[in-house]
Ligand binder design. Structure first.
Ligand SMILES: Nc1nc2c(ncn2[C@@H]2O[C@H](COP(=O)(O)OP(=O)(O)O)[C@@H](O)[C@H]2O)c(=O)[nH]1
Ligand SMILES: [Mg+2]
Length: 311
């Protein structure tokens, strides 16, 4: 996970840059390790880090935001800057950007409303249904009661898939027939939870292209009927740059409170988290890191920073 970005940062900040212009003065002055550079010139700094972020699949806008903030923070420092100082500043800029966008993240375990209703949106294959299974497992492991709403009635297989997950995790499920009204399934699931004083209702929905008008209307109807306490957009880290367009298209149609980023275990480059946070300016609530039911963790910026920086 994120290996390329970590390696690149580690190379830069240990002075092992392969391609950067060599500063002979700095190199010869360092008698202990003559091949390594301990400082970086201001003009090189910007291009080296910019290139690294873009190669790691960080979007152009997010990269520019980070470079501008880094330049501002390093403003008062000398013309040549120690690598550790640059690394610390870069880390703190990335932390600030993500923390700022994550400031409204709600801790699911401490919400008071009962049942707390969560609607999951996202296009086909992003990992919605799997994520609902994982979250049900996470909530159940924390002694919460959960009912799932099989509101992806668009594909026959989707109801079975959620049903199997519910069975494996050991939570209840409300399902109707294939092609039935998804909003009515959600309504029943919420009634079921209310009657039994259950803690959470997790509503699945059909994966759909963000441009499909009928399906978007159907999603809006689920939202109108279920009145979810939280709406979560599920995004696939593997999609790369297009993930931002996907998220922004959704926000122009339906309001959502935060995102879950799936498949981070397959993200070798490492930049998806920065792009998503900076690009859509909403909290990242959880991240999916594999296909097993316990492969989900509440998103923590320090966890991410540890994964991409070596110190
Ligand atoms: N490697 C990996 N695969 C995932 C993750 N989350 C979901 N998947 C896989 O993505 C595929 C699509 O998932 P699904 O939940 O059916 O997507 P949906 O169409 O949005 O409901 C399945 O093969 C899942 O196992 C994850 O965090 N890591
Ligand atoms: Mg699904």
């Amino acid at each position: 996970m994120f290996d390329k970005l970590k390696k690149k940062f580690s190379d830069i900040f240990s002075g092992n840059r392969e391609n950067g212009p060599k500063d002979s003065l700095t190199a010869t002055r360092d008698s202990v390790a003559p091949q390594k550079e301990k400082t970086i010139r201001r003009d090189e700094l910007e291009s080296t880090i910019e290139e690294t972020l873009l190669e790691a699949d960080v979007s152009y806008d997010a990269t520019e935001e980070i470079i501008e903030k880094l330049k501002a923070n390093l403003g008062k420092l000398k013309r040549k800057i120690d690598y550790p100082a640059v690394e610390e500043e870069l880390k703190s800029v990335v932390r600030d950007v993500i923390q700022h966008n994550n400031k409204d993240a709600v801790n699911l375990l401490t919400v008071e409303k009962k049942p707390f209703v969560i609607l999951f949106l996202g296009i086909n294959g992003t990992g919605k249904t799997t994520t609902i299974g994982k979250l049900a497992y996470y909530l159940k492991s924390n002694n919460k009661s959960v009912v799932l709403s099989a509101s992806d009635t668009f594909r026959a297989g989707a109801i079975d898939q959620l049903n199997i997950l519910a069975g494996n995790v050991g939570v209840e499920i409300i399902k109707h027939d294939f092609r039935s009204d998804p909003a009515s399934v959600a309504f029943d699931a919420i009634e079921h939870a209310k009657a039994r004083k259950m803690d959470y209702v997790l509503i699945d929905s059909a994966g759909r292209m963000q441009t499909n008008k009928n399906l978007l209307d159907e999603m809006k109807k689920i939202k109108r009927v279920a009145k979810p306490d939280m709406t979560i957009l599920v995004l696939d880290a593997m999609i790369g740059q297009d993930v931002i367009n996907q998220a922004l298209t959704f926000s122009s149609e339906i309001n959502y409170d935060g995102v879950i980023v799936t498949k981070l275990d397959t993200d070798a480059k490492g930049g998806s988290i920065i792009s998503i946070s900076a690009g859509i300016k909403k909290p990242i609530l959880f991240v999916g890191i594999g296909q097993e039911m316990d492969d989900i963790i509440p998103f923590d910026v320090e966890w991410y920073l540890k994964k991409i920086f070596s110190s």
